[in-house]
Ligand binder design. Structure first.
Ligand code: SF4
Ligand code: SF4
Ligand code: SF4
Length: 248
C-alpha cells in the first residue's frame, strides 16, 4: 500500500509552527517513516503537485495567496490549518484594524508602492477555502500536532478540546491571573495547551481562538468581580485578530 503523500505550505507567518515540526526530533523520523513528504520548502527542495494531505501554515493576505490556497485545496484530500495564523488569522490580523496604505508605509517606507509589496486584508484559511482540521496555537503544540497527524493516518477524527483554558488551569490549581489584576482570556479561549501561560505566571492572550460557545455571561461576572470593563477585555482580544467575536 502506498504511503499518504503530505505537503507543507506556508503563507504569511513567522514559520514558527513549522519549526515546531522540525523540532519533533526522534518523533519526526517515525512520522516520516509512514508518510511520503512530497513538498516542504523549509526542509527540502523537491516540489509536487500531487498530495493527499496539505498542512497550511500562515494567513492569507494577498490576492495571489487566495489563488494559491484554492489550487492547493483542489489537489488535497485533507487540508489542515496549522497554527493561529492559519486557523484564526493570528497576529497578522492586527493590520486589519488600520488603513492598509498607512500600514504599508509604516513597514516599507518609501518602497510601500512597489507592486511586489501589495497587500490586502488578512484572512484565516477557512475564510477562503474549507478547512478539514485545525491545529491551534501560536506556536502549535508539538504533541497535539503528532496526535492529529497520527489520527489522520489511522482514519480517525482527532478530538480537539472545546472547553475553556480555565478548565485546564483550575485542574493545575494555578492562582488566577485576575487576582494579579491581569485580564486573562482563559474563560473564553479553547483549551488544549495545558494552560501553558497561566501555569508560567502569564495571562492567556488567546492564541488558540475562541471555544465554540464561550460562556460570555461567566466572563462578564469575572470582569464585574474585578472591576474591569468589556472594553478592557476587547482590547486584549485584538492581539489574535479576534475582536469581532464572540459578541460581548
Ligand atoms: S501561529 Fe505563531 S508561531 Fe505559528 S507561524 Fe503564526 S506567528 Fe508563527
Ligand atoms: S482566567 Fe486565566 S488564570 Fe484564571 S483560571 Fe482562567 S485561565 Fe486560569
Ligand atoms: S494559555 Fe492561552 S495564550 Fe497561552 S498557549 Fe494557551 S491558549 Fe495560547
Amino acid at each position: 500500500m502506498s504511503k499518504p503523500r503530505v505537503a507543507i505550505f506556508d503563507f504569511a507567518c513567522c514559520e514558527g509552527c513549522q519549526l515546531q515540526i522540525v523540532n519533533l526530533e526522534e518523533e519526526i523520523l517515525d512520522l516520516i517513516g509512514v508518510v511520503d513528504v512530497v513538498e516542504w520548502r523549509e526542509a527540502m527542495s523537491e516540489q509536487s503537485q500531487e498530495y493527499d494531505i496539505a498542512l497550511i501554515e500562515g494567513s492569507i493576505t494577498r490576492p495571489e495567496d487566495e489563488e494559491r490556497i484554492k489550487e492547493i485545496r483542489k489537489r488535497a484530500k485533507i487540508l489542515v490549518a496549522l497554527g493561529a495564523c492559519a486557523t484564526i488569522g493570528g497576529v497578522n490580523k492586527l493590520k486589519n484594524n488600520f488603513d492598509l496604505d498607512e500600514v504599508k508605509t509604516c513597514v516599507y517606507g518609501q518602497d510601500a508602492g512597489m507592486p511586489h509589496l501589495a497587500t490586502g486584508m488578512t484572512k484565516a484559511v477557512d475564510e477562503v477555502v474549507p478547512v478539514d482540521f485545525k491545529i491551534h496555537g501560536c506556536p502549535i503544540d508539538r504533541k497535539e500536532f503528532t496526535y492529529v497527524v497520527r489520527c489522520l493516518l489511522m482514519g480517525k477524527t482527532p478530538v480537539i478540546p472545546d472547553y475553556p483554558v480555565c478548565v485546564e488551569c483550575k485542574a493545575k490549581e494555578n492562582v488566577c491571573r485576575w487576582e494579579y489584576n491581569e485580564v486573562c482570556l482563559g474563560p473564553i479561549i479553547r483549551a488544549g495547551c495545558g494552560a501553558r501561560c497561566p501555569s508560567t505566571n502569564f495571562r492567556c492572550f488567546g492564541c488558540r481562538g475562541y471555544v465554540e460557545n464561550p460562556n460570555v455571561e461567566a466572563a462578564k461576572e469575572v470582569m464585574d468581580k474585578y472591576g474591569l470593563t468589556i472594553d478592557d477585555l476587547k482590547q486584549k482580544m485584538e492581539l489574535f485578530g479576534s475582536k469581532q467575536e464572540p459578541t460581548i
